[in-house]
Ligand binder design. Structure first.
Ligand code: ATP
Length: 663
């Protein structure tokens, strides 16, 4: 395989490759675009974009003049995105993209927020344009570019960028948008199927009806695997439309595989041309895992495969030796704090308030993303924060995206985002958070927002609890410091999660250090801190005493979700996870004890006879237990059993005899 270093890519960009391909684009067209952009640069937006571009890009390559960029593509980028400079990954990818009659496969690793989306969109669009020009063909004969996205939000966002690049109405929504022979369709679950079906098939249907349709059009489909599989396997017309796919792109390919989409994707790929008859691009900020290696071996068959690492010069992106640490940004300071559960809610509260106080006077109001490991926690803590005096719920403060009243101006708007929300709500939350520039805001979210999602000016990323893996840490923290902007990251860990920290630090180059400021808050005797601590604690206590709004059962749901999550943590045994969950229930959620699990759930979770787990027997379970007790030695003798009889709950007031009779 060919490894392209920065230096090699730069040399290529200086002309060699394009000369060989006979593809040196004239820059005269580019000059007029430069003038247009300059004219537009009066506007504030253009200035802001230019400033961001200057931070993220280098001066050696411009979308207008770089020899590997077709003028029409460069013009589209500059006019529609207002970027003149290319980021390193964009420059290298454009230098590598396929030319006339060539097959080029790419495996690309580049840090979060470095412009990979535009890199693969522009390269793919240019490659299709080149082929169209060469073939003198009449626009799309079905889908040209098929992009797999792991999450709905990312698919919608990529669709937005693709529409922008092709000059279509920039609808940040699922479904189809088309004009002048260009089609961009976002295919995701949770949204109506028919517009998506129409979008995927319309270019194909039109090409069969009229051979003289507008030339140079392109059809792009961005899809999450589940919905794509659904419409592809049940519709012949979709299968027909996929027959001419020229480029398949796996965005966030490591996550696609981690999420178990491998088989689904393989089944969709049977409808597109074989790997040696199309181009395949694989992109992510984190690539070092076995599944990626296997997919690359299967899909990247056009030799030499271009392994591009815009993260570490001349490193092999797939090598286990390539450390994850090189994947975070040096300009984003990252710290961790070990916080005991009984201080957890207070520390979260304090960290948010301190950040807002420190940055409220800046041009861009503070925008925070707070990651939890489960949807239940996101929903619960959204309620908790929205009930504190410094916050206001975004959904309760009128229409999403409504302008702030003067009273609301300094309040921190709370946005709740997780997979349990309906898709239409997720889209609204995402849009409203993106556009909320009127004051400080916070999005509480799960890993649905960890990958690829580009909210501008996120100034602070807090991770509440250890993420599932080191790459996931990298992606979460990558929501800030994008396109060269500033940002900071804080990882809050309970001491039982120390082992995760070791994983993160193992290769010694993730720049994460202990947070002395947060440490000082933990036992702070400052009067103001005491007051905040009392305030948040009383609120949590009020919540679990609230039977009207069912907040107690919401807290119990949090416990269960927490338990389910940590039961799978690679660094904990089941009893350790149970004990951590018990501590979470009592000290964070302020429940009197860990809630009771039903017999069937405890069995399903493999937690029967586990210390710190309370189990409630079902009538069926009781019968089974009676049967077992007849046939087995008494449970009291079961080795390692924490509680001799799991039916005897500590401090339980339930009359089990009566319960059995009543049933
Ligand atoms: N040439 C450029 N100049 C300035 N800003 C750019 C340029 N290209 C992209 N950007 C901006 O950089 C930000 C990050 O881009 P993008 O979302 O594509 O990053 P990414 O590398 O895909 O990140 P992630 O790994 O998190 O998915 C976006 O706001 C985008 O508009």
């Amino acid at each position: 395989m060919l490894v392209l270093s920065f230096r090699q890519a730069l040399l290529r960009s200086m002309g060699g490759m394009q000369m060989r391909m006979g593809l040196r684009w004239s820059s005269s067209e580019g000059a007029s675009v430069a003038a247009a952009v300059e004219a537009a640069s009066d506007s504030k937006a253009a200035a802001a974009a230019a400033a961001a571009a200057a931070a993220a890009t280098d001066d050696t390559a411009s979308w207008l003049t770089h020899p590997s960029v077709m003028p029409s593509v460069g013009r589209a980028v500059v006019e529609r995105f207002k970027f003149t400079g290319m980021t390193p990954v964009q420059r290298i990818v454009m230098d590598t993209q396929p030319g006339i009659g060539s097959r080029r496969d790419m495996l690309v690793r580049s840090k979060t927020g470095t412009g990979k989306t535009l890199a693969f969109l522009a390269a793919a669009v240019q490659a299709v344009n080149v082929e169209r020009e060469f073939e003198k063909s009449d626009g799309p004969k079905g889908v040209d570019i098929l992009i797999f996205s792991p999450t709905r939000e990312l698919a919608v966002q990529t669709g937005y960028e693709a529409r922008k690049l092709l000059g279509l109405p920039v609808l940040g929504k699922a479904g189809a948008v088309h004009s002048s022979g260009n089609y961009v369709t976002v295919v995701v679950g949770g949204e109506s199927k028919n517009p998506q079906l129409d979008g995927v098939t319309s270019a194909y249907k039109k090409s069969r009806k009229s051979l003289s349709q507008a030339s140079n059009g392109i059809s792009i489909v961005i899809a999450t695997p589940g919905r794509m599989w659904d419409i592809a396997t049940s519709n012949q017309s979709v299968q027909d439309a996929l027959r001419n796919v020229k480029i398949v792109i796996f965005d966030e390919c490591d996550l696609l595989l981690e999420m178990g989409f491998q088989k689904t994707i393989q089944e969709i790929l049977q409808f597109v041309p074989k790997p040696n008859k199309r181009n395949t691009f694989m992109f992510s900020a984190t690539l070092s895992n076995e599944a990626v290696r296997a997919l690359a071996a299967d899909q990247l068959v056009n030799k030499p495969v271009h392994e591009i690492d815009a993260t570490v010069i001349a490193a092999d992106p797939l090598s286990p030796e390539t450390s994850t640490s090189d994947e975070t940004h040096a300009h984003v300071p990252q710290t961790y704090a070990l916080v005991p559960h009984y201080q957890w809610a207070f520390i979260l509260y304090k960290a948010i308030l301190s950040h807002v106080a420190l940055h409220n006077a800046e041009k861009n109001p503070p925008r925070i993303m707070l990651f939890f490991n489960t949807s239940k926690e996101v929903a619960y803590f959204s309620k908790v924060f929205s009930s504190l005096p410094e916050f206001v719920s975004a959904s309760e403060s009128g229409r999403f995206g409504a302008a702030r009243t003067p009273k609301e101006k300094d309040l921190i708007r709370v946005y709740e985002m997780h997979a349990r929300l309906e898709q239409s709500k997720r889209a609204k939350v995402s849009d409203a958070f993106r556009n909320d520039t009127g004051g400080p805001s916070i999005m509480l979210t799960t890993d649905v927002s960890a990958r690829g999602v580009d909210y501008p000016h996120v100034s602070y990323v807090i991770q509440s609890g250890a993420p599932t893996s080191a790459p996931q840490y990298v992606h979460r923290v990558g929501r800030t410091g994008r396109a060269g902007r500033s940002g900071i990251g804080l990882l809050l860990l309970e001491p039982f999660e120390k082992a995760f920290l070791k994983t993160l630090l193992r290769k010694g180059s993730i720049e994460i250090v202990g947070d002395v400021v947060v440490d000082s808050w933990v036992e702070s005797a400052d009067e103001k801190d005491k007051e905040l601590r009392t305030r948040v604690k009383s609120l949590m206590q009020e919540f679990v005493a609230d039977t009207k709004r069912d907040l107690k059962s919401a807290a119990e749901g949090c416990y269960l979700a927490f338990l389910g999550h940590y039961k799978q943590a690679f660094y904990l045994t089941k009893p350790q996870a149970a004990s951590a969950a018990q501590s979470y229930a009592r000290n964070v959620l302020c429940l009197a004890d860990a809630p009771t699990l039903s017999f069937s759930l405890a069995t399903k979770m493999g937690l029967m006879n586990t210390p710190d787990i309370n189990v409630e027997p079902s009538p069926k379970g009781l019968k089974r237990l009676e049967r077992d007790m007849k046939n087995r030695p008494p449970l009291a003798r079961v080795e390692g059993s924490f509680r001799a009889n799991p039916w005897e709950r500590r401090g339980s007031s339930v009359n089990w005899e009566k319960k059995r009779r009543d049933n």
